[in-house]
Design a protein around this ligand. Structure first.
Ligand code: ADP
Ligand code: G6P
Length: 483
C-alpha cells in the first residue's frame, strides 16, 4: 500500500493573512478535529480548501501559504470567491446540509449552485489525480465532496477509494426530493467503501440506492457489473487521551498558570458552592437546537422557580457559515432570546445565561468542560456530536451529568447519559432536575461505563477500522475482477 490521501473541504487549519504573514488557526467542527488526530500520527497527505479565496492568494503570498500548509501535512485546492459562493455557501450549505438534517423548508434547489458544486468537485478530484499513485488509498470526506469518488474512479479504476459521511443520511422520502439525487448517488458509488456514523444512516442510504438506481443490494453490499461496494457504519470516536490528559493537567494549574476563564469559573464556584453550571458548546447552527434549548431553559426556570439563582447556563456558540441567511437569522434569534431571558430573570447577584459567540482556544474549552456540572446538548438532528464525548472524557473524577438529545448519532453509544427529545420541554426540565440532584455515586457509575467505552472506541480505532475494511474491500474487488 502507498500513502493515504485524505480529502475534505475543510482542512485541519484555516489560513489567515495578517499584513504579509500567514497564520494557521485550528479549524472547528467534528471532521477537522477528529481527523486531525488521525492525520498527525501518520504520513498521510491532506488535500482541501485553505479558507482563503483564490483572489486573496497573490503570487508573492502563494509560497508562504504552501509552506504553512506543508508544515501541517496539507496541500490546497484554490477556490475563487464565486466558486465558494456556489459550492460552499450554496449547494453544500443551502441545499445538502438542511436537506440531510431534515430541514426541508430551508433547502434551496438552484441549478447554478449545483453546476458550481459539480465543477468544484471536479477541481478536488483533479487535485487527487495529480498527487495520487495507483497504490495510494484515497479517503474522501463529507457532503461537500460527494461526486469526487466517481470522478476519481473513472480515471483510476484500480485505486482504492473510501468515502465517509459525517452528517446524517436522510430517509428515502427526504432524499428523493433532491432534483440531482441520482447523480449524487452515482458520485458516491465511485467508492469501494462508504461509511456512516450509524446503522440508520447506512440503511437509509441503501434504501435510496435500491429504490432510485434499482441496483442489487445484498445485506450491506452493492453489486455493480465490475465490482462490489461495501457500505458500513463506523461511529466516530474522539482523541480520548488528548482530552483526559488536558483535563488532568488543568487540575494541576496554579494561580500563575490558570487562564483568566479558569480563574473566573473557580471564583464563581467558590462564591456559590451550591449553584450548578450547565454547559452547551456548538457551532451556531440551526441543527444544534440552540434556540429551542434556550426556550426549554426558560420553561424550566418558570416551572421550577426554586432553581432560580441556583443554576447558570453557559452557551458557547462558535460562528459558522455566517454568509448563509438562515445562520444570520438564527444569530439574531439567539441574541434576542438570551437578552430577553436574562432581562426577565436576572437578579443583582445572578445572570441565568452566560453567552459567548466566538471560537475559543483548546485550553478554554477544557476550562469549560471541567468546570461544568452538567452538559446540556440538544441538537434537533446531528450526525454524531463529538462535544458529548469530549465532555465525558474530561471528567477525571467521573462526576458530571450529560443530558443528550436522542437525535444525535452519539446517543446510540451513550445510553448511560440522560437521553431526551429536544422538542419535549417537560422531559428536558425533568432531566435538569434529575441531573442537578443526581447523587455522586450514580454520576460516577454512569460515567465509568461511558469513559471505558469512549477510551476503547477512540478516533484512532475508528480510522483503523475504516482503513482495514477498505483494504479488505480492495482484495475482494481484485478477486472479483480476476474471476
Ligand atoms: P460539528 O461537527 O457539527 O461542529 P461536533 O460536536 O461533532 O459538531 O464537533 C465539534 C468540534 O468542534 C468538537 O471537536 C469541538 O471540540 C470543536 N469545537 C467546538 N467549539 C469550539 C471552539 N469554540 N473552539 C474550538 N473548537 C471547538
Ligand atoms: C460539520 C461537517 C464538516 C464541517 C464542519 C464545520 O462537522 O460535517 O464537514 O467541516 O461541520 O463546518 P464548516 O462549514 O465550517 O466547514
Amino acid at each position: 500500500m502507498g500513502k493515504t490521501i485524505i480529502i475534505s473541504n475543510r482542512l485541519p487549519v484555516q489560513l489567515q493573512i495578517d499584513n504579509d504573514s500567514i497564520t494557521a488557526i485550528p479549524s472547528v467542527g467534528g471532521l477537522a478535529t477528529g481527523m486531525k488526530s488521525v492525520h498527525s500520527g501518520s504520513d498521510s497527505l491532506w488535500i482541501g480548501w485553505s479558507g482563503l479565496t483564490q483572489e486573496e492568494i497573490s503570487e508573492e503570498l502563494e509560497p508562504k501559504i504552501d509552506k504553512a500548509l506543508k508544515e501541517n501535512g496539507c496541500s490546497k485546492v484554490s477556490l475563487t470567491s464565486e466558486e465558494i459562493d456556489g459550492f460552499y455557501y450554496g449547494f453544500s450549505n443551502r441545499t445538502i446540509w438542511p436537506l440531510f438534517h431534515y430541514f426541508l423548508e430551508y433547502s434551496e434547489f438552484e441549478t447554478d449552485s449545483w453546476n458550481t458544486y459539480k465543477a468544484v468537485n471536479q477541481k478536488f478530484a483533479d487535485a487527487i489525480l495529480e498527487k495520487a499513485e495507483d497504490d495510494d488509498v484515497i479517503w474522501v470526506h463529507d457532503y461537500q465532496l460527494m461526486l469526487v469518488p466517481e470522478m476519481v474512479k473513472e480515471k483510476r479504476p484500480n485505486t482504492s477509494i473510501g468515502f465517509f459521511l459525517h452528517i446524517p443520511f436522510p430517509s428515502y422520502e427526504i432524499f428523493r426530493t433532491l432534483p440531482w439525487r441520482k447523480e449524487v448517488l452515482r458520485g458516491l458509488l465511485g467508492s469501494d467503501l462508504i461509511g456512516f456514523h450509524t446503522y440508520d444512516y447506512e440503511r437509509h442510504f441503501l434504501s435510496s440506492v435500491r429504490r432510485l438506481l434499482g441496483l442489487e443490494v445484498s445485506f450491506n453490499e452493492i453489486n455493480l457489473e465490475d465490482r462490489v461496494i461495501k457500505v458500513d457504519s463506523f461511529p466516530m470516536g474522539i482523541d480520548y487521551k488528548k482530552f483526559s490528559d488536558a483535563a488532568s493537567k488543568h487540575e494541576k494549574n496554579t494561580a500563575d498558570t490558570q487562564s483568566e476563564l479558569q480563574r473566573r469559573l473557580n471564583v464563581h464556584k467558590e462564591s456559590t458552592p451550591d449553584a450548578k453550571l450547565i454547559l452547551s458548546i456548538d457551532r451556531l447552527d440551526y441543527s444544534k437546537g440552540i434556540a429551542k434549548r434556550l426556550n426549554a431553559f426558560e420553561y424550566f426556570l418558570k416551572k421550577h422557580p426554586e432553581y432560580q439563582e441556583k443554576v447558570r447556563l453557559i452557551i458557547l456558540a462558535v460562528p459558522s457559515r455566517s454568509n448563509v441567511p438562515q445562520y444570520q437569522l438564527l444569530k439574531k434569534e439567539i441574541d434576542e432570546l438570551v437578552g430577553r431571558i436574562n432581562g426577565e430573570f436576572a437578579t443583582v447577584s445572578w445572570t441565568p445565561i452566560w453567552y459567548f459567540y466566538r471560537s475559543m482556544p483548546f485550553e478554554n474549552l477544557i476550562d469549560l468542560y471541567t468546570s461544568s456540572d452538567i452538559a446540556l446538548l440538544t441538537p434537533i438532528r446531528d450526525g454524531m456530536n463529538l462535544v458529548a464525548k469530549e465532555y465525558i472524557a474530561t471528567r477525571t473524577d467521573k462526576t458530571g451529568v450529560l443530558i443528550l438529545s436522542e437525535m444525535a448519532g452519539s446517543a446510540n453509544e451513550m445510553n448511560e447519559s440522560l437521553l431526551i427529545n429536544p422538542n419535549n420541554f417537560d422531559q428536558i426540565s425533568d432531566a435538569l432536575i434529575q441531573a442537578i440532584n443526581m447523587p455522586k455515586e450514580e454520576q460516577i457509575a454512569r460515567n465509568s461505563i461511558l469513559q471505558k467505552r469512549l477510551e476503547r472506541y477512540n478516533v484512532e480505532k475508528w480510522a483503523n477500522d475504516f482503513m482495514k475494511s477498505l483494504l479488505e474491500q480492495r482484495e475482494t474487488t481484485q478477486k472479483f475482477i480476476s474471476k
